[in-house]
Design a binder for this molecule. Structure first.
Ligand code: ATP
Ligand code: MG
Length: 902
């Protein structure tokens, strides 16, 4: 179909060169994690250009081209089953922002697709090309004829579902035209793309944005408001699909950038890919899933995703685990990622050098997840098999929802895995039942969290206050004190006319200088005064956007709120010392974050934080415990930033401006308006989206003392630190301890460590000495005990109590005494030790006693009931223990009686 093999890299280069030569600016691929609230991952080449298409920003170039990394989670089930779907793939695109339109797009595409390879084209046979157009789009149909010379019969009309593009929201929309390559009659029936999408393979989709949509209900159900003032072009050509055609392969899993993983998997599993049989086909799908998922995981981790139980992390976890499981199904039981992932890196590293430079981290993340999964599998598979066989035995075919839930809850078995394993066992799962239980659990967790925060689940009452009064005038950035009026007074969520002395309630003011807890920063403390009374502010929250609510206790007088008629004038005063501490701690948090990233690298990203005056903690995505050296280094970098007295500033800007600035934003955080607030310390050194209160210069933080580093759940670490006065007093306390030690040890502070080391060593030596002495003393009693043997029924019997002796000692002594009682006369030694409220008994018999028919085990058993214990052993030596030391004499008497009657 085409003259020669082109590698993936070559196709990519030709694409970019083709469009660069036609006036397009080459734009590098954006991260898969580009922030877009509607998308988990970038799933098309146009995503990074959305603000231009939506008219939110003016494009810096009229034309652009890119090769964009894409992940489509919806295609996960298709992988390996169709010939053309990867979870990760690269979309080659060309874009026009109000510049060329349909004619240009069709011409450029045609030139590249059918252009001779010798001239930089892809060299497809023009007779094998089919296109589809929207039936109404006469313009496109005519252009395919006039520009490309395509005959009418290879221009197929297809309806809105296939050939109309929109974003699912009001905004631009327009018809598409897709380009297909006919792979030949051996791959399916005649009739064009409409008849068979496997024979006729879609390689390229051209989108003509020409309309403004006012409402979008479905792909094929929307309202057109009118024509777009400036028309745009957005196209996407699947790099992998073109590669599989130009490399003469059967599907996209066999191309140069994917197949080497299949080869490695064959080698590991000993199974053959493409074996042909129907069983072989099942295995082929597994091979393809492995190769696809390994590559997608590599790309996701490369862009900073770590495995987790939600969102992006869950997708990655699912991909990694499916890859590992499919290797097991292929018969390979050992850890497989350390074998496969490097193969994928070697193929992808050329286009994405960050995979090579970040390799250590990528490998660590992936391998750790496989380890964790292997443990999960081990524990859960047995439980699953048991559940499955019970279901089968009972003649049913559905695994109950509570079983699936238990697997999830107790063994960490994701539902997908349960579903897959059930399907393999020919069973189904009561999925609705499972989801219901999951939902209930989530509700419980939410209710718990609310209860802990002391918040009311119902925000209706706050909404009513907001609706009738408007948003609180919020002055936390400007002032610490202000006059204000009470707008509403609540107790336990219900409006009340007054709060008596000592009572706690919630107060809404028309304006306030108090910072409400948010962005990890604790609420301000302070007082609200009025004539004849004072309120202490216990907490400040924003239960609904725009409304600040103070939780207060009346410490003096009585507050009477008269609502609309206006209550007393109040004087709200934030405790200035508190606020200073809060500013230090919050700026300190940013400094620690920046220091963390400087020391550990840019993937150490904050996942949560909390700060209050004097204290801060920051959680971040990281796999391993930090070494003491790393912690030290972070503290060092942070304090250097304080000494450098970096200026702290903030500004409002659009989210995309903020991103351009490199400001760090936490995924999932929401910000009030279109404009976001960016706080920077030392210019680009630290830039974060943040609504908190901050110092003016970094030196005002005083000091940052890191006090701890710990784990908070898998893949997350926590660093804790003290700031300002708290930091200094912590150091002062430490110095105090050092001084006391120095006095105590009569040595200089610098010598303390050496001195304590010596002491510890000496202590160990002394303990050893003491142990030796004690043992010698114990054994020295052996001779006396042997001498004290009494004759009972012709047996020399030593039955004694040893206070302070524990099990090991008793045994040592008993065998020592027995050794002194050799000869032909039977001898029995029974010693009962009593130490720490526990009894230990040991019986030891010489050979003659055993010949007489006595057994050590019997003697222990005779005594044990009196010790509230048990024991046993052989004829020559037996031991036991008990928890009652009050009847040892009776126990020894029982032993004597047993010997006497033997
Ligand atoms: P299909 O119907 O084959 O799933 P699509 O209509 O979803 O494709 P588009 O959204 O138009 O595809 O994407 C543009 C191009 O990206 C496609 O023409 C194709 O070449 C490529 N593409 C889309 N999805 C995948 C995928 N999962 N794996 C590889 N390439 C893909
Ligand atoms: Mg698709």
């Amino acid at each position: 179909m085409s003259d020669r093999y082109l590698s993936s890299a070559e196709i990519r280069n030709r694409f970019l060169a083709h469009f660069e030569g036609r006036g397009h600016t080459v734009v590098p691929s954006a991260s898969l994690l580009l922030d877009d609230p509607n998308l988990l991952f970038v799933n098309a080449g146009m995503v990074p250009f959305k603000p231009y298409f939506l008219g939110q920003e003016s494009p810096p170039f009229p034309r652009a081209t890119s090769v964009q990394k894409c992940v489509r989670t919806l295609d996960i089930e298709e992988v390996g089953k169709t010939t053309r779907h990867g979870t990760f793939f690269q979309m080659n695109g060309n874009f026009s922002f109000g510049d060329y339109f349909k004619e240009g797009a069709i011409q450029y595409a045609w030139e590249l697709v059918t252009g001779a390879q010798a001239d930089g084209g892809l060299g497809f046979d023009p007779d094998k090309i089919w296109v589809t157009v929207l039936p109404e789009d006469d313009e496109a149909r005519q252009l395919w004829k006039s520009v490309a010379g395509l005959p009418e019969e290879r221009i197929q009309p297809r309806g809105l579902k296939d050939n109309y593009w929109n974003m699912g929201v009001p905004g631009p929309g327009g018809p598409c035209s897709e380009i297909y390559v006919d792979r030949g009659p051996e791959y399916g029936p005649d009739g064009g793309p409409d008849a068979d999408e496997d024979r006729f393979l879609e390689i390229w989709n051209l989108v003509f944005m020409q309309e403004e949509l006012s409402a979008v209900r479905a792909k094929d159900d929307f309202d057109i408001a009118g024509p777009l003032p400036s028309k745009n072009i957005d196209t996407g050509m699947g790099l992998e699909r073109v590669a599989y055609l130009l490399q003469g392969k059967q599907n996209l899993y066999e191309i140069d950038s994917v197949f080497p993983v299949i080869e490695k998997a064959q080698e590991l599993s000993g199974k053959k890919y493409g074996a042909g049989s129907s069983e072989g086909h099942v295995d082929d799908v597994r091979f393809r899933v492995v190769a696809d998922h390994v590559r997608s995981s590599l790309m996701l981790i490369g862009d900073g995703v770590t495995p987790g139980n939600e969102g992006r992390g869950y997708v990655l976890r699912r991909l990694l685990r499916r890859a590992v499981r499919n290797m097991r199904l292929l018969g390979y039981q050992d850890p497989s990622l350390p074998e496969l992932l490097p193969v994928s890196r070697d193929r992808m590293g050329e286009s994405y050098p960050e995979l090579v430079s970040g390799w250590d981290r990528i490998a660590q993340v992936a391998y750790a997840e496989e380890e964790a999964f292997r443990k999960t599998l081990q524990a859960g598979t047995q439980i699953f098999d048991l559940a499955a066989s019970e279901v089968k035995k009972s003649g049913a075919s559905t695994i109950a929802g509570d079983k699936a839930f238990a697997l999830h809850d107790t063994y960490g078995f994701p539902i997908d895995l349960t579903l897959e394993m059930a399907a393999e066992a020919g069973l189904s799962v009561d999925e609705p039942g499972f989801r219901q239980l999951m939902g209930e659990q989530r509700e419980r967790a939410k209710a718990d969290a609310r209860a802990k925060k002391g918040q009311h689940a119902d925000t209706g009452v706050y909404r009513t206050i907001l609706d009738s009064n408007g948003p609180t005038e919020w002055l936390a950035y400007e002032t610490l004190e202000t006059e204000s009026r009470p707008l509403a007074l609540l107790r336990e969520g219900v409006a009340v006319p007054a709060l008596a002395n000592g009572e706690v309630g919630e107060l809404v003011l028309d304006r306030t200088p108090f910072y409400a807890e948010s962005g990890g920063q604790a609420a301000d403390a302070g007082v609200i005064e009025f004539e004849g009374g004072t309120l202490e502010v216990l907490d400040v929250q924003r239960p609904v956007r725009g409304l600040v609510v103070h939780q207060v206790r009346v410490v003096d007088g009585e507050l009477v709120s008269t609502g609309s008629t206006g209550g007393p004038t109040l004087h709200a005063r934030v405790d200035p010392e508190w606020r200073t501490g809060a500013r230090q701690a919050h700026s300190g948090t940013h400094v620690i974050h920046a220091a963390l990233r400087e020391v550990l690298g840019p993937t150490a990203l904050q996942s949560g934080s909390y700060n209050r005056p004097g204290y801060l903690r920051l959680d971040f995505g990281w796999l391993n415990a930090l070494s003491p050296d790393q912690v030290h280094e972070i503290e060092h970098v942070a304090n250097n930033a304080l000494r450098a007295d970096l200026p702290v500033g903030w500004d409002y800007m659009t989210l995309s401006q903020a991103k351009e600035w490199g400001a760090l934003a936490l995924f999932g955080e929401t910000y009030d308006d279109q404009k976001v607030r960016v706080v920077e310390i030392g210019g680009p050194w630290s830039r974060e989206l943040c609504g908190g209160t901050h110092v003016d210069h970094s030196s005002q933080i005083g000091t940052i003392v890191v006090t701890g580093e710990s784990s908070v759940g898998s893949g997350n670490r926590r660093i804790e630190a003290l700031t300002g006065v708290e930091g200094f007093s912590y150091l002062a306390r430490e110095r105090d301890v050092v001084n006391q030690l120095s006095t105590l040890l009569k040595t200089q502070p610098d010598d303390i460590v050496g001195r304590v080391g010596d002491l510890v060593e000496r202590l160990k030596q002394s303990e050893k000495e003491i142990e030796k002495v004690r043992l010698a003393q114990l054994l020295s009693g052996g001779a006396a005990l042997a001498e004290g043997a009494v004759d009972v029924n012709g047996v020399r019997l030593v039955a004694q109590r040893l206070d302070g002796a524990s099990g090991g000692d008793v045994r040592t002594l008993a065998t020592d005494v027995r050794a002194r009682l050799t000869g032909d006369t039977p001898a029995a030694v029974v010693l009962v030790g009593a130490a720490d409220g526990k009894a230990a008994i040991v019986a030891a018999l010489n050979d003659a006693a055993q010949a007489r028919g006595l057994a050590a085990g019997d003697l222990v058993r005779a005594a044990a009931p009196f010790l509230d214990g048990k024991g046993g052993g052989k004829a020559d030596l037996a031991q036991g223990g008990g928890t009652d030391v009050s009847r040892i004499d009776e126990a020894l008497a029982a032993v004597t009686a047993a010997v006497a009657s033997a």
